[in-house]
Design a protein around this ligand. Structure first.
Ligand SMILES: Cc1cc2nc3c(=O)[nH]c(=O)nc-3n(C[C@H](O)[C@H](O)[C@H](O)COP(=O)(O)OP(=O)(O)OC[C@H]3O[C@@H](n4cnc5c(N)ncnc54)[C@H](O)[C@@H]3O)c2cc1C
Length: 334
């Protein structure tokens, strides 16, 4: 269904809102891949963003929320509707709590927490993206996940703006309730962190950043890890028995280990390449398409399923694939 002129005008009339039509989503994703969206609508204040979500819903047109685009694969065909982005990025301290709006760049929050002498988020130095998506996907690295520190989340459920505590968020490894309730949109959050020594936190953050930049060069068109790691306790016994003790970390078997066993490193299709040094890192060399990217992902899932009898699950999210014929992306039978 095409968006009506009335809905377009209503979006355009919202305060602190920028509306663009026929926008290539490759400009909004770290992969640099993706066809056009009919509309991209950026709102810099909560009331306008909530109204934009209401206008989008009432219009009957497909819509989706995007952050900085560092964990999405957008279809080459694009998205036949409205992409909404919440760009409000305020943050501050309220007594012993840290509050932050969902459009804040995660690294700004990390830096702010370190300036306040707060410990925990420093280990997320260098994770790209905005805070809303970090909560949505329970982002984390080097021993900490954001869920450890989230105390309250303010969100719009499609009808009302409400708040929930961390229990309601149902956090798990790279999971939250927001991944299952796609119509719920995160607006802001309150976090609590223990105190730490500023200099020690800064030194550790610098070390982490150096390691991350070596693994993910800042200009690399990728999404970080494509697949989630696997919880050892959930692995089929026969697959678990094959994982060497030396590779399991924090109760997880790296997806990269299984991928490496099936020859993923260096695999290439068109402009899409699996890094030669990291089997769970797929990047676009500049000429890549979502068709090739999804084909590589499907091939890797199929190989791991055939060899280990287990199903790798993507950490990356898909956008604009719903119109494809047949099940997509391809799921191998396990
Ligand atoms: C080089 C590189 C390294 C990475 N390393 C890590 C890492 O170490 N650890 C890790 O956890 N991740 C990592 N990632 C993945 C990525 O940084 C995180 O998933 C990040 O949280 C995505 O943020 P974003 O704003 O780019 O989200 P997007 O990619 O724009 O969106 C991701 C998902 O979040 C949803 N979303 C966005 N905003 C909201 C909102 N306000 N409310 C509800 N849903 C929303 C979107 O609909 C989408 O489904 C890495 C990515 C890259 C490119």
């Amino acid at each position: 269904m095409p968006i009506t002129q009335a809905a377009l005008e209503a979006l355009g009339a919202l305060p602190r809102t920028d509306v663009r039509q026929h926008v290539p989503l490759s400009q909004y994703t770290r992969f640099g891949i993706g066809g056009p969206a009919c509309i991209v609508c950026d709102c810099a204040e909560e009331a306008a963003f909530v109204e934009a979500l209401e206008i989008a819903r009432a219009s009957g047109v497909e819509f989706a929320v995007l952050g900085q685009g560092s964990n999405v694969i957008v279809s080459d065909r694009g998205f036949p509707g409205i992409i909404l982005r919440y760009t409000a990025g305020g943050m501050g301290m309220d007594q012993d709590s840290l509050w932050v709006e969902a459009g804040a760049v995660l690294q700004r929050l990390v830096n702010f927490s370190m300036e306040q002498g707060l410990e925990g988020l420093h280990s997320m130095t260098g994770i790209p993206g905005w805070v809303g998506a970090a909560i949505y996907g329970n982002a984390g690295a080097y021993g900490h996940s954001i869920s450890e520190f989230v105390r309250r989340v303010r969100y719009f459920d499609g009808r009302l703006v409400s708040e929930m505590d961390e229990g309601g968020c149902q956090f798990a490894y790279r999971e939250s309730i927001f991944k299952r309730r796609k119509e719920w949109v995160i607006l802001s959050a309150v976090l609590q962190l223990p105190g730490g020594d500023r200099e020690r936190l800064r030194a550790r953050a610098a070390e982490i950043l150096e390691m991350r930049n070596a693994k993910y060069p800042p200009t690399m068109k990728c999404a970080g890890s494509i697949f989630k790691n696997l919880l050892m306790r959930e692995l089929p016994a026969q697959a678990r028995a094959q994982v060497p003790d030396s590779v399991a970390r924090e109760g997880k078997a790296p997806a990269a280990w299984f991928l490496e066993q099936v020859g993923a490193k260096g695999m290439r299709r068109g402009g899409i390449q699996v890094a030669a040094y990291h089997a769970n890192l797929i990047y676009n060399d500049g000429q890549g398409s979502s068709t090739d990217l999804v084909a590589v992902i499907s091939e890797l899932k199929e190989r791991v399923a055939a060899r280990f009898g287990l199903r790798l699950e993507e950490e990356v999210q898909y956008l604009g694939f719903e119109r494809a014929e047949g099940p997509f992306p391809y799921e191998p039978a396990t």
